[in-house]
Design a binder for this molecule. Structure first.
Ligand code: SF4
Length: 68
């Protein structure tokens, strides 16, 4: 286990609902009924590099990561 990401935070006020994070890391993010990104319960099964790629893809930097 080389997971270094402890927590993922999504600021729904910043999220535009573009779907980029969900397209890159579909095991971790999806668009909810409100059209904004939400975190899936099994996100920790997604590799860190995929998570960081999804975070980088966000146009408004709505997603931030906490590390161990
Ligand atoms: Fe929202 Fe950013 Fe995900 Fe787009 S990439 S859906 S703006 S959190």
């Amino acid at each position: 286990m080389n997971q270094k990401i402890k927590k993922i935070n999504i600021d729904k006020n910043l999220c535009l609902g573009c779907g980029s994070c969900a397209a890159i890391a579909p095991g971790a993010f999806q668009l909810g009924n409100d059209g904004k990104a939400e975190l899936l319960p099994n996100w920790q099964k997604t590799e860190d590099k995929e998570l960081t790629a999804a975070v980088r893809s966000c146009p408004t930097k709505a997603i931030t990561l906490d590390y161990y």
